[in-house]
Design a protein. Sequence first.
Length: 221
Amino acid sequence: MAAMALNAITVGFDLDMTLIDSRPGIKAAYDQLSRETGRYIDSRLAVTRLGPPLDVELAYWFPADEIPDATERYRALYVEHAIAPTPAMPGARAAIEAVRRVGGRAIVVTAKHQPNAELHLKHLGIEPDALIGWLWAEAKAEALREHGASVYVGDHTGDVRGARTAGALSVAVPTGPCDADELRAAGADVLLGDLTEFPAWFHGYAARAAGQVAGAGGSDD
């Protein structure tokens, strides 16, 4: 890990199934979309594979030429049906507070439609320093590099790939569709049980970073 000033630590977080449990809301939105379009959608199955962009999931249920309209309608339905039922994941707020406690920055980098991501965070009272949407897997590296993130926390192997592409430490939580073995095999550097374990881990990470900064300073004696 490169030496860094503590106030320069930026930690990125994924959104769905990392900071928020979006399954109830997404299921409700899919169910309404199915009712309106007459297309069968197994919403219980769909919410077991959250992570990739919306059009990837819609391709299971709609022909290609219908996906753009289905995407637009889903996102409109999402505002009405998905925000209120979606809770924060255990430890989400404490994880962001742990970063802020050392003067760091907490950002959210997600594949989700950014306006809907903003609604979730506002509803739950979670206020990151920046929110960047519409980025999936390796593409997340673009935002992580731009914001100088040294850590990225996520629940999906795509999040691991995004972190590694950005040269950031990949911290993984098996709270989404990928289990611990999958995350480890994808190259996660740190595996936590869930975000409730993040503050203790981050305290040690920040302390080691501070020690490296002090050591890099050297002495004139």
